[in-house]
Design a protein around this ligand. Structure first.
Ligand code: SF4
Ligand code: SF4
Length: 423
């Protein structure tokens, strides 16, 4: 085991290999406040990469309903339970945020790599604490989902009748869209006995070499997010490839510029923003103040990693849904959840402008600029003054040329009488 810096945990941790970081890293932010569970992303991925024989149960992108849903079933609850059994009551944080090396404070508990050293499963020692889901658990995504939680006085089916109000709903659910996180410390890679999994130095995308893979499924067992899948027809494992031809700028639609993945570009709710972030030699993000992802993760701090306590340093970030009880969000996104929700619920001018970049263009945005506009509205949000300015945000592609220009206030188009129709 080597000691590596996991900045999401605010400390060094054990990992089976020495740290090695790409120059730039594939990363994304999903705004869960906007996901409508339409599954357009899921189908965009399936119709591009996993429509062949043997890939029927392969959902590189899936959208599940929390708290009850999950694909494979209960993947997160099962791993949280295993961690809790291995370190009872110890999975806690000292949430004193510091610098870029500890933006959420310090994790005091144990990661899946650390627990694996002392926790030998019936099959022998593991590189990372994990489990292999059953066929039944893989068989049907979205089964029994779309059920809210929050029964009255613990009675099943007896939901609160008094309506709902922000900041936290008593009866709630939300959609969690997921793909492989192209982790900085991938558990799939750590667990592979064939060294078939590698992280590309140019963009940090994690791939399985199909020539080397022998289908031992150690990656499926180890990936805490359960984003590696077995294909019976080839007897190999497969996973999200980050649409790497698009990321490389080889999709003709991009005119040579890096493009966002198919699932990002197809998102109906405009909840997704994907890009490449620059990395320092210690694995922290290089300061890039006007890169939209850097801004959302490190400046506004509204976007948080999914289950950072697992320890893989996932490169997928989420703006937590603001109506969900905070304890649930803290368990899922770490101690930054309260501040993130507060900031999102009372956004400042810059955040409102940056949020307009989501879903506006399939090409990747590398830098933004804001041109100030007039104040168009003011109100009070839960006791705080809120002012809306119709600022313009401009996004630039990799070659420095403009790819997006949009305003905070949506333009209003009035259909002329000559176009009246009878629909
Ligand atoms: S999410 Fe899972 S499959 Fe993807 S890189 Fe991380 S550990 Fe590997
Ligand atoms: S396409 Fe977008 S809005 Fe629809 S389910 Fe996927 S992430 Fe959610």
């Amino acid at each position: 085991m080597s000691k590596v810096l996991n900045w999401q945990l605010g400390r060094d941790m054990e990992y089976p290999y020495d740290a090695a970081f790409p120059n730039s890293q594939f990363a994304f932010v999903f705004n869960l406040n906007r996901c409508i569970g339409c599954q357009s992303c899921t189908m965009a991925c399936k119709s591009t990469w996993t429509f062949s024989k043997g890939q029927e149960n392969m959902w590189w992108n899936n959208v599940e309903t929390k708290p009850y849903g999950g694909y494979p079933h209960h993947w997160d609850v099962k791993l949280l339970d295993l961690l809790d059994q291995a370190n009872p009551g110890g999975q806690t944080w000292n949430s004193q945020p510091k610098d870029l090396k500890a933006p959420y404070g310090q994790f005091k508990g144990k990661t899946i790599f650390e627990v694996a050293q002392t926790n030998v499963s019936p099959e022998g020692a593991q590189r990372a604490l994990g489990y292999l889901p059953t066929d039944e658990e893989w068989s049907a995504p979205n089964r029994y989902e779309d059920n809210p939680t929050g029964g009255q006085k613990g009675q099943k089916g007896q939901y609160f009748t008094g309506g709902e109000a922000l900041p936290q709903h008593k009866t709630w659910f939300f959609y969690l869209a997921r793909i492989c996180n192209h982790c900085t410390y991938p558990a799939c890679l750590a667990a592979c006995p064939r060294n078939a999994i590698y992280k590309r130095p140019e963009d940090g995308i994690v791939l399985i070499d199909q020539e080397r893979c022998r289908g031992y499924r150690k990656c499926m067992e180890a990936c805490p997010y359960k984003k590696s899948f077995y294909r019976g027809t080839t007897r190999t494992s497969e996973k999200c490839i980050g649409c790497f031809p698009r990321v490389e700028g080889r999709d003709p639609d991009g005119g040579g510029l890096p493009m966002q993945t198919r699932c990002m570009a197809a998102c109906v709710g405009h909840i997704r923003l994907q890009g490449l972030v620059q990395m320092n030699s210690d694995g922290t993000w290089k300061e890039d103040r006007y890169h939209p992802l850097y801004y959302l993760v490190h400046v506004a701090k509204v976007a948080l990693p999914l289950y950072p306590q697992f320890g893989t340093e996932p490169n997928g970030y989420y703006i937590p849904p603001r109506w969900v009880p905070r304890a649930y969000l803290r368990q899922m996104f770490g101690p930054g959840a309260d501040a993130a929700v507060e900031k999102y619920a009372n956004p400042d001018r810059e955040l409102l402008a940056v949020l307009q970049l989501f879903g506006k263009d399939a090409r990747m945005c590398f830098r933004y600029e804001i041109k100030e506009g007039p104040k168009v509205f003011e109100t009070e949000i839960r006791g705080k003054k809120f002012e809306l300015y119709n600022d313009t945000i401009i996004g630039y592609g990799k070659d420095g040329r403009k790819i997006i220009e949009t305003t905070v206030e949506e333009p209003l188009h009035v259909r002329g009488a000559q176009h009246a129709n009878s629909i």
